[in-house]
Write a protein that binds this ligand. Structure first.
Ligand code: NI
Length: 368
């Protein structure tokens, strides 16, 4: 199968997080036909393939994520999604195809290869849980570095975005329950209105970024879900607020969570109500290794690509979990300027695959 056929097949058959069964089977089949070993690991979906070079050397990993998004595709592509309500709108189909093609290239060079390459086809990136599942198997315990890519709709084909440190943000989810006392809508004096308290909490949360964080630091707090009440003439007992915090360093991350809890609790208290706050940590911010970033930049120039220093984005990436354990780098691969990631009209130029596979096979080979 050509890389275009592989890409189109994956694009047409998107599967959601932890449901990547057909996708796993498809990749397994292609790699097995190439004579590439698939490791026996306790993963429900996803797989790790291994190529052992003829000479001894390092152990390097490459990671491609696999899952699609719950979106109805709105492109006019001939290979549009066949699965209603599901779409590869984050370029993970590009990532998998680059992974497969890179594995094919390196497998053909096995006799001159030093060390070992692990190809991690990781499920469930979109819910931020897949990387932890892979790490739990211990398969990367002895790996010395990990490489990955993400499609960039802001870069042309032939451009790569490379930067040390954070390129994506730490993600936290919060849930605030404000408990007051219900009453008749016409008798507010007999209740404690959680809707009035919520309005103040929401406005006050916006002062964390504007008043508590240095203007040169990066953070955001978004309230994205609010639920309370059932009728126009009843003051409810309780209001639920949900949202997300994004930060790019661990100190700010801890500080924003603490401020959010304080503001919610103390504001509710001022209304003689109670707020309970739950904060769930999703992936930390990515942390590209400085040395690997320099190496990737130089190699891009040698390969005739145009390296560009990208801005940080506040999206999350569970690749960050690998970078807590071993040095790693994630490179933005230009897929041509198109609609943003997670947009139903996102459409990557498949020509980027060939470029990506050549680049990563060089990167891995030289790193071994
Ligand atoms: Ni993605």
């Amino acid at each position: 199968m050509t890389y275009t056929e592989i890409f189109e097949h994956l694009h047409q058959n998107p599967e959601l997080s932890l449901e990547e069964f057909e996708t796993t089977a498809f990749i397994r089949k292609i790699l097995t036909e190439e004579g590439i070993e698939i490791l026996d690991l306790p993963l429900k979906t996803g797989l790790v393939a291994r190529i052992i070079g003829a000479k001894s050397g390092k152990k390097i990993a490459f990671r491609a994520d696999m899952d699609a998004l719950p979106l109805e595709e709105k492109t006019n592509l001939t290979y549009k999604s066949k699965n209603p309500g599901k779409m590869h709108a984050c370029g993970h189909d590009i990532h998998m195809t680059v992974g497969i093609e890179t594995a094919k290239i390196l497998n053909q060079k096995k006799s001159e290869l030093c060390g070992e390459v692990l190809f991690v086809f990781q499920p469930s990136e979109e819910n931020g849980k897949g990387a932890l599942e892979v790490l739990k198997t211990g398969v990367l315990d002895e790996a010395q570095a990990i490489f990955s890519l993400h499609s960039s709709p802001l870069l042309e084909v032939g451009q790569v975005g490379i930067k040390e440190g954070a390129i994506t943000a730490a993600v936290d989810l919060f849930k605030i329950k404000i408990r007051g006392k219900g009453s008749h809508g016409a008798e507010p004096q007999n209740g404690r209105d959680p809707i009035a308290a919520s309005a103040t909490v929401i406005s006050s949360l916006q002062t964390i970024v504007s008043r508590n964080i240095s203007p040169t630091d990066q953070a955001l707090v978004s309230v994205t879900h609010i639920q309370g009440g059932s009728n126009w003439n009843i003051i409810p007992e309780e209001v639920l607020l949900e949202g997300t915090i994004r930060t790019t360093n661990p100190e700010t991350r801890a500080f924003v969570s603490q401020r959010l809890s304080e503001i919610a609790r103390n504001t509710a208290a001022a209304f003689e109500e109670e707020a309970s706050v739950e904060i769930e940590n999703a992936p930390p911010c990515t942390n590209n290794d400085r040395e690997l970033a320099g190496y990737a930049w130089e190699l891009a120039q040698k390969c005739g690509l145009e390296p560009i220093r990208p801005e940080i984005t506040m999206i999350g990436e569970d690749f960050a979990y690998y970078q807590e354990k071993l040095p790693g780098i994630m490179v933005w691969l230009g897929v041509g300027k198109t609609k943003p990631l997670h947009n139903p009209e996102f459409s990557a130029n498949p020509r980027a695959i060939e470029i990506g596979a050549k680049y990563f096979s060089e990167m891995i080979q030289k790193a071994l």
